[in-house]
Design a protein around this ligand. Sequence first.
Ligand code: ZN
Ligand code: ZN
Length: 160
Amino acid sequence: MTKPAAELTPPPADLADALGRIRSHGGRMTNAKRAMAALLFDSPEPHTADGFVDHLVDHDHSVVYRCLAQFEELGIAEHVHLGHGQAVYRRRGLSTVPVGCTICGSSVDIDLAEAEAFTRRIKALTGISLDLAHFALSGRCARCEAGSADGSSVGAGSHE
Ligand SMILES: [Zn+2]
Ligand SMILES: [Zn+2]
C-alpha cells in the first residue's frame, strides 16, 4: 500500500474531492471524518484540535487527533503555529498566510503575495526559505497592544 506524500500531493479542489480522497486512501469513512472535513472546507476560520472537538457531537480528543493526522497525511489539511498555544488546522492549498496575535490568539489572513518581498529578502540574507504557512508571523493585535499599554487585564503578566 502506498501512502501519498502529503507535500507532493496537490491539495483537494473542494470538499467532495477531499471526501473522495479519504474514501480511497483513508480507510473507513466515519461521521467524525465527514464532519471534520466539512468544517475544514466550509468554515473560513482555522480551528484548534479542541475547536474540532467542540464542533463534533460524541467524539473525543483521540478521535479528532487521529483524523487530523490522517488528513495531514492525505494532504487535505495543514497545521499552523500561531503562538504559544495549540496549532490551528486549515485546509491545504490556500494562498493566504495568517498573521497572529500571541496574546489573544486572534489571527488575520493576508495574501501570500503580500509577504513575498519579505520572504525573498530573508532568503537572500540567510539562505532560509520561510514557511509562513507553518510558522505564522506573529505579534500583538491592536486591541491587546492598547490593553497592555493602559495596564488593564491583558498585560505582560499573561505572557508565559
Ligand atoms: Zn490580541
Ligand atoms: Zn508544526
